[in-house]
Design a binder for this molecule. Structure first.
Ligand code: HEC
Length: 370
């Protein structure tokens, strides 16, 4: 689904905690600042959670399993803003430092990703966007210097002569990516391992060719890669869309309210409805009745799926079609089928025939899957 941020307001018991990540206004220039810069002392960390992305599997069964079991991870975040540029700092715990030895190999690097919508007023599919709503994805991994093609990477060396491999892509879905030139857009990333923690940073102009955040609030999603768990690409820990409030710019309250929507109806009844209506296709947690790869695994959907997305998934499954797995990975089932007009239609039926209270119960249960 892709929701316009101005959404129907759920009439059921909606709790609104108004949590957001503040972008703290600082004097001076934050463009190009490093992960260890003193400038970060102006802000406090906000803690958010990143969940294993398990909706889509790859053809590496071992990696799928390690990814599934990677656990929910805390990310501590700071955001700074100088009036013209914005900078993000992510800090997360990782007991093992994994650096990539070569570009193509079975050793995978630790790193992080920051995803931003290309248009302010929409919420794209959180996993690399969708056909109608693209995203920009900034990705930083760490590797041995000599093994990387120099021209693609900034020579940001850390103490072990490693290099921060930084990339940016515009995605309309995972398999539809266009490489962006980071240098042209004045975007910099940094990544450093210290005392069992990674510190990763990104700085960019508030407004550039790829994404504009010149507004009272905007949304972003964050990914962690743990090379130890063979995470890469889609296999990663992922946050839902988070809202960021820019200090000193008016507006954005509506967006923040939407992003904080949470529904509290009858989870027990939702669980019963889910078992009855959904478990023939979807596996989730210890409910494993559906044929493998029949439909996305929903074990963590309440973690990285925002409420408005969950709602649209149930009522209008065709608004966003979760990208089908690759044929080599799971050849058995296709998640979408062409109809007589040649349009791709999800095999998931709409559940708009359910009563409002049943939908609320179902959503309440889906939120617990994390
Ligand atoms: C006939 C099989 C089928 C049934 C029954 C079904 N689904 Fe789905 N569902 C799918 C498929 C296939 C997709 C992926 C394609 C798409 O996006 O529509 C999907 C996608 C989803 C997504 C998005 C998942 C993601 O990872 O982003 C959610 C949420 C979802 N379904 C929830 C439900 C719920 C809740 C029910 C029961 C009320 C249900 N589905 C019933 C097949 C099914």
């Amino acid at each position: 689904m892709h929701s316009k941020i101005i959404l129907s307001i759920f009439m059921a018991c909606l709790a609104s905690a108004n949590n957001y990540i503040p972008a703290i206004k600082v004097p001076g220039d934050v463009l190009g600042i490093k992960a260890t810069s003193k400038a970060w002392m102006s802000a406090n960390f906000t803690k958010i959670k990143a969940y294993p992305f398990v909706s889509i599997k790859t053809n590496d069964a071992r990696a799928n399993k390690l990814n599934y079991n990677s656990g929910v991870k805390d990310i501590n975040i700071k955001v700074l803003y100088d009036g013209k540029n914005i900078a993000f700092l992510l800090k997360w715990k990782d007991k093992t430092k994994n650096i990539s030895k070569r570009l193509e190999t079975d050793s995978f690097a630790d790193g992080f990703g920051i995803e931003l919508p290309t248009q302010l007023e929409v919420m794209p599919y959180v996993n690399f966007g969708d056909k109608k709503n693209s995203v920009v994805y900034y990705d930083a991994k760490i590797g041995i210097n000599q093994n990387y093609k120099k021209q693609n990477f900034d020579e940001n060396q850390d103490e072990n002569s490693t290099i921060v491999r930084q990339e940016a892509y515009k995605y309309q879905k995972f398999s539809n990516a266009k490489r962006l030139n980071l240098k042209k857009s004045n975007t910099t990333m940094d990544l450093i391992y210290k005392n069992g923690y990674w510190l990763g940073s990104l700085s960019k102009q508030l407004v550039d060719k790829f994404s504009s955040m010149n507004s009272g609030a905007f949304i972003a999603s964050f990914s962690l890669y743990d090379g130890q768990n063979l995470q890469r690409g889609r296999l990663r820990n992922l946050t839902p869309w988070e809202s960021i409030k820019v200090e000193g710019i008016d507006g954005g309250e509506q967006l923040i309210e939407t992003m904080n929507e949470h529904i509290t109806a009858n989870a027990k009844n939702g669980e019963v409805l889910m078992l009855k209506n959904c478990s023939i296709c979807h596996n989730y947690k210890n409910i494993r009745k559906a044929p493998k790869y029949m439909a996305p695994d929903l074990s963590f959907i309440g973690g990285y799926g925002n409420l408005s997305y969950l709602k649209e998934s149930i009522l209008s499954p065709n608004k966003v079609q979760v990208e089908d797995f690759t044929k080599t990975a799971h050849p058995n089932f296709s998640w979408v089928e062409a109809n007589e007009d040649g349009k791709n239609i999800s095999i998931m039926p709409s559940f708009d025939w359910m009563s409002q209270s049943e939908i609320d119960d179902l959503l309440t249960f889906l939120q617990t899957l994390k």
